[in-house]
Structures are given as structure tokens and as C-alpha cells.
Design a protein around this ligand. Sequence first.
Ligand code: AHR
Length: 490
Amino acid sequence: MATLLININDKKGRINPEIYGHFSEHLGRCIYNGIYVGEDSSIPNTKGIRNDIIEAFKNIRMPVLRWPGGCFADEYHWKDGIGPKADRKKMINTHWGGVTEDNSFGTHEFFDMCELIGCEPYLAGNLGSGTVEELSQWIEYITSDDISPMADLRRKNGREKAWKLKYLGIGNENWGCGGNMEPSYYSDLYRRYQTYCRNYSGNELYKIACGPNAEDYNWTRVLTDKVKHWHTRAISLHYYTVPSGNWDDKGSATDFTDSEYYKTLEKTMYMETLITKHLEVMSMNDPEHKIGLIVDEWGTWYNVEEGTNPGFLYQQNTMRDAVLAAKNLDIFNSHCDRVVMANLAQAVNVLQALILTEGEQMILTPTYHVFDLYKRHQGSELCYSHIDSGKVEGFNLDELSKSVSLNEKGEMVITISNCSLDKAQDIEAIIPQFSFDKISARILKQDVRAYNTFDNPENVKIEEYNGVTKTADGISFNIPPCSIMEIVLS
Ligand code: AHR
């Protein structure tokens, strides 16, 4: 029996909806033959964007979508992707798979998509190989409603009214694919580029500087020493979970031992250490915590599925990924006072995807279902909670992980996962001073190696759970091995 203690009077902060954010890159089949099929496709679409994908994104209340990269962002020249499609430049996507990029998905298509989903757009601007003028003009093109050459060009291309753009990243991984820079050099460039990204027509940019790769604390130290809160609102962090720790042979997405499963989760828990330490380093230069932290790339990275283009990063997605996603979302929630956004890599057909497609077929992955189970936390107040979880034998890994929040309607949402492969647990939740009449619960539960295929798309799916009982002090329930639950009390 484990006790879960919840204190509704001890609020830890608002869970920014953007913590449940996503990422889409011109990589493999994420955009082309994934999200975007073109207006002439026989697959039902709106302005070329798949209707089933739009609906699926809306269902999990996708709050924000990052685009166009990734590494692609620092090679992307936005003017190639506007105007009549027949006139757009065709080129090779040299970074990802050496395939043809015809630029048929560009700025207008991306903003159309965000409008259809109802999410905030998050642009990654090109600092690595683009110019200050180019980035400055992109912002003008998108957000200016005034008399201006770029606003006129946008109008000529069919969009009268400016769009709103809040999130603007300036560069991506500039310590690596974004130019292999030193932190000091990047900081100077960042300060220069951001100067010319103006607030037009009432639009207010939330500028984001490229932060560290994993444990590069020196990058964070130098960056936050030189780049101040009047230059940037947040810095980004990237951390991928690679089961083997070896980038040349990362491990299979579906074929793994129990021990490899636990090891993968142990590695993903490094996210907690990284966030805690980077926030500490940031505090040295920003003691009032005016600069936020954004984990704008996270997730699992395995060997690609056999027979697929190595440059496409296509991988399957099992219950291991689902449990891992739950643990990461709990980490982000627990730091909601300073982690303002997180973006899973990536939305469709790439890395730890929400959705996989094959022709007209589409499947939701176990990871997608976790975002469904957790969606009610968005915008809610995180409450203090503690669970006396045991450790998985032989690993430095808690069996249980959870988040508890209260929303505006006074509903309590509890999400809890059990990563143990063989131990169910009885949970007694003590919730003083909280009254409720209604209990509803949903569960995602399957074998750890289970996944969805185009022949069996509902092998892993959410089910109703009727096993939660009201007690004198709160609730009690049993959580099965390898499962994730959502309980709503109202
Ligand atoms: O998500 C795949 C790649 O991982 C991104 O393009 C890059 O930013 C990171 O290295």
C-alpha cells in the first residue's frame, strides 16, 4: 500500500499549457507525406493538411507547435516557401535524407495549420546561415499590418491580415548543427539578431535564445551572463533519451529486455537533474528568475525501423515510450514555476511521434494517449503532492510518478503511472479539505512491448477505469503494472 498525500492549499504554480507542446520539422515524413499531403490529395484535407491529424491534435488540446526545425531551421530561407507553389524553389534537404524539398509547405501553410488546430505557432529562425535582414523581414512579413514592403508582399500572396506570432526562437542548436559556435560568439550574434526582430502592429514577440545541449552548463552560464531578460524571455534546453547511450547503435524501439526498459527510464530521469542544475546556473545571472526555461526538444531516440531511410528518423512507439512520456511530463509539471514550455520531438512519423501514417492510414501511438490522459492539467494550478514510492529493484528509479492539479472549475486531476513490470500497487490518497461527489478515471495499460500497427491500430488504447473508490479521507484504488491513469474528482 502506498500513500499519496495531496495538499490543495499548497499551490506550486500554474501549469503553462505550453508544457504540452510539440515540434514539427522538415524531416522525413513529418511534414510531407505526414501532416501535409497537398490540396489535390485523395486523403481528406483542408488546405493540404490532413483532417484526421488536425482532429487528433485538437483532441489533445495541442497548445503550441514548433517549426520548421530543428537543424533544418538554420538552413531554411523563408522566402523560398511563399508565393505560387509552381514558382517555389526546389532543392535537396541536405540535412535530412537528401530528398527533394519543394517548399510547398511554407509560412502560409504553417500558419493555416496552427489556425486549424487552434495552437500558438513557435518559429525557429535561421541564425546559423541566414542574415539579420532575412529574419527581421520574416517577422515583418508575418506580423506587420502597416505600410511596409513585407506586409505588401504577404498581401500579394493572399493573406490580407497579419498573423499573431508570440514564440520566436533565434537559432537552433547553435552549439552543433546551427553553426558549431562557442557560447560567447552565439550570445553576441543572438543580441544582434534579436534587436531587429520588432514588435509590429501590436504583436509582442516572446524571444527565445538557444540554450544548452544536455549537461553543457558552461553554455548556460556564458549565455545568461551576456544575454539579459530585456533581450530574451527564455532559453531552450535539448535532451534526448538514448537507451544504449551510444549514438551509433542507440537500441531498438520495440525489441528490448526488461532491464533495458528500466535503464531507458533511468536515463530519462536525468531530465530532472538537467532542469534543476540549469535553473541553478541561470539563477546566478538572473536571480529574479525573469528568464524561463524551455525544453523544446525531448523524447526517445532509437535506431530507425529496418528498411527505412536512416535520415528520416522513423521509429515505432511502445508502452515504454508512454511510461517515459508520463515521467517527463511529471518532471515538467513539478518545475512549472520556471519551465514555461516543452516540445516533444516530433509530432508525426519522426522519433517519439504522437502519430504514424502510411498512405491514407493513421494511427495514434501510446505516447499520444499519454498527452490525452494529461491534457486536463493544462492551465491548472499544480498542488503539492507526495507519494511514498518504492524503487524498482536494482535501479535508481521510482516505481510511481504523479502530478496533481486543480482547475478553475474546482476539479482535481490526478495523473499517476506505475513503471513496475510485475507489481500492482494499492494507493490510498489522502486529500484533506477537498470535497467532491463525482469520480471518473481512465487508464492506459498494456504489455511494455505493445504498440499500435496499421493492422491493429487499437492494440494500445485508453479505457474507462471503474476501480477508484471514495474513502473518508480521499480515494483508494489499485494501479496495475506498466500503466498510466487519469483520475478526475469533481
Ligand atoms: O529532432 C531531430 C533533431 O534533433 C533536430 O533537428 C535537432 O535540433 C536535434 O539534434
